[in-house]
Design a binder for this molecule. Structure first.
Ligand code: B16
Ligand code: MG
Length: 227
């Protein structure tokens, strides 16, 4: 099958907002007496806002301490802080290699999609100056099952009008790789700890058109029946 689209995760692939999420969560967690470290933050990547909060409260032994309204308030405070921190983002915040890759995909007439769990995705794309480059952005607010469920990647395929088998998905989180694999797309993982990615790279610098096209071609040949 010919490659028709590349579907990107946002945080950790297009730009790195993990440290901003971390700062915001750390402030809110501290208000509840919970200390979170980098390792906890790593486990929040790709996970939705409310699921992140539930995880922090569970890790801090406070899973049952707050009612739904209090949890919504905590999540709201985290987001307000996070949105403030997003003010520092600009076109200079693209991860290495991403700008030339997007240009090359356009030249090759490959569609570009976004599958981000972030409700702030439109705002972030705007800040990065990428709104016009993306052909379709799956709307996280309409997604009922978060990654590792394939729902958001399938929504991106539908929006682009392409079959998952004709797409490559790029992710930096294990939940995201599992989501991509579950819909029968080829997966590229950015990061040293990821399992089960069809291609694993150490940084976005290595994410080139040549490698993406090569993966599609090679995997077709090697595993004709895989998808
Ligand atoms: P928000 P991605 C995810 O984005 C982040 O990795 C994750 O840490 C965050 O909790 C989630 O978005 C929700 O973000 O609070 O802005 O809705 O990696 O799927 O692009
Ligand atoms: Mg991510």
């Amino acid at each position: 099958m010919m490659l028709q689209a590349v579907i990107f995760d946002l945080d950790g692939v297009i730009t790195d907002t993990a440290h901003l999420h971390f700062q915001a969560w750390r402030t809110v967690a501290a208000e509840t007496g919970i200390h979170i470290d980098e390792e906890v933050n790593e486990s929040l990547k790709g996970i939705s806002r409310m699921a992140s909060l539930e995880r922090i409260l569970r890790l801090g032994g406070k899973a049952k301490t707050f009612n739904e309204a209090q949890k919504a308030a905590l999540a709201g405070r985290k987001n307000a802080r996070y949105v403030q921190l997003l003010g520092t983002l600009g076109p200079q915040s693209l991860l290495p290699g991403i700008a030339p890759l997007l240009t090359e995909l356009k030249t090759q007439q490959i569609k570009i999609g976004l599958a981000s769990a972030s409700l702030n995705a439109p705002r972030i794309l705007q800040a990065l100056g990428l709104t016009a480059i993306f052909d379709y952005c799956a709307d996280a607010s309409r997604i009922t099952h978060s990654k590792p469920d394939p729902e958001i990647f399938l929504a991106a395929c539908r929006g682009l009008g392409v079959k998952p088998q004709a797409c490559v998905g790029v992710e930096d989180a294990q939940a995201g790789i599992d989501a991509i694999n579950a819909c029968g797309m080829l997966s590229i993982g950015i990061g040293s700890t990821l399992r089960e990615a069809d291609l694993r790279l150490n940084s976005t610098q290595e994410l080139t058109w040549r490698r993406i096209a090569g993966l599609m071609e090679h995997t077709e040949k090697a595993t004709g029946f895989r998808r």
